[in-house]
Design a protein around this ligand. Structure first.
Ligand code: TYM
Length: 345
């Protein structure tokens, strides 16, 4: 019997941030460590998703390879035989299944996607069909491999829900073609969290930390030097309450820093909150967060620099060959279902 699949993807449109690391890289790496042997891990770069909004195309190919290295620097063990790393565009079944799913997806439901609405406001003069269609490609990414768990940040929950809706609709019409990923609530429990994760912007903690935010002070990049990260955290927006409290409503900046501190050090949230609760020295608190993040970046970047290009390429090519077979088998089932290929008895 094949093993249940845990799958996630990180676009290569911009340098990944600490939000990407905590929201997607770290959870899947932890799952790999915890469940080695029992699950298949698919960690891929959705390179086709990476230019739904404008990018510098001259660096896209290299950024994609860099992202793959970031997986390894995050602790992903690529020697594990149940772990696969790949580039979406190297497995054409992603694009082909997208077209089929497009024809079972309604414009009305797609128009409700908040990420599309937000991004199309930012790029209002040049909103592409690719940006609109992005969740269907994401559904194909997930359904091709029958993924059960898809560790993502909270901003992607709506896309997971639409994946479930499209797959359920397709199965209701054609029989048991796709494995439906677990509901986001169950996925969150599986990774032992009580809610989805949204690491906040350092300059406006009511918003998420986003790699596409043009203000460098709003985000910590995984390529920032430890000194740059320290400066950004020391100047992060907080509040005038004057004492540290874990309180998303009234002190989102401080609360976000508490969350970062707990996650980056791997300490229980309650323990970290109790240590700092009521402390009136914001500078001292920020310094502790800044040093923890700087220490993490130093180790992360040392691991990044130690990655051997040939080892990466060998794993990548072997994974792409193996995952093409899996993806093509699912695609064929869908093609047979809709009448593009003959039924085999
Ligand atoms: P992307 O590339 O924008 O982000 C990669 C992952 O990082 C998470 N993330 C965050 N988590 C917590 N706090 C934040 N501030 C934060 N910012 C980003 C995202 O939720 C995501 O998990 N559509 C996806 C890529 C994708 C994908 C897939 C993911 C394409 N196909 C299939 C899973 C399965 C995206 O744009 O992620």
């Amino acid at each position: 019997m094949s093993k249940p699949v845990i799958l996630t993807g990180i676009r290569s449109n911009e340098e990944p941030t600490l939000g990407n690391y905590l929201g997607a890289f770290l959870p899947i790496v932890k799952m790999q460590q915890e469940f080695a042997g029992d699950y298949q891990i698919n960690m891929f770069v959705p390179d086709l998703h990476s230019f739904t909004t404008p990018v510098d195309h001259s660096s896209l190919y290299q950024n994609t390879l860099n992202n793959l290295k970031y997986f390894i620097a995050s602790g992903l063990n690529i020697n594990d035989q149940d772990t696969f790393i790949y580039r979406q565009s190297y497995i054409p079944a992603h694009s082909e299944l997208t077209w089929i799913l497009d024809c079972f997806t309604y414009v009305g439901e797609m128009s409700r996607m908040t990420q599309f609405k937000d991004k199309s406001n930012e790029h209002s003069e040049s909103v592409t069909v690719g940006l609109f269609n992005y969740p269907v490609l994401m559904a194909a990414d997930i359904l091709l491999y029958g993924a059960k768990y898809v560790p993502v940040g909270e901003d992607q929950f709506q896309h997971l829900e639409i994946t479930r809706d499209i797959a359920t609709r397709f199965n209701n019409k054609f029989g048991d073609i796709f494995t439906i990923p677990d509901a986001t609530g169950d996925q969150t429990k599986f990774i032992k969290r009580d809610s989805g994760l949204r690491i906040r912007s350092l300059t406006d903690p009511t918003k998420k930390m986003s790699k596409s935010n043009e203000d460098p002070k709003s985000k910590i990049l995984l390529s920032d030097t430890p000194d740059e990260a320290i400066k950004k955290i020391m100047s992060a927006t907080t509040d005038s309450v004057g004492a540290v409290n874990f309180d998303w409503d009234n002190q989102p900046g401080i609360t976000s820093l508490l969350q970062i501190l707990a996650m980056i050090t791997g300490r229980p949230r309650d323990e970290v909150n109790a240590q700092w609760q009521g402390n009136t020295m914001y500078g001292e608190f920020k310094k502790a967060v800044a040093e923890a993040v700087a220490g993490f970046l130093t180790d992360f970047q040392a691991r990044l620099n130690a990655i051997d290009d040939d080892t990466l390429m060998n794993k990548l090519q072997a994974s792409e060959a193996a995952m093409s077979e899996v993806a093509n088998a699912t695609l064929l089932k869908a093609q047979v279902a809709v009448g593009l290929r003959p039924k085999v008895n």
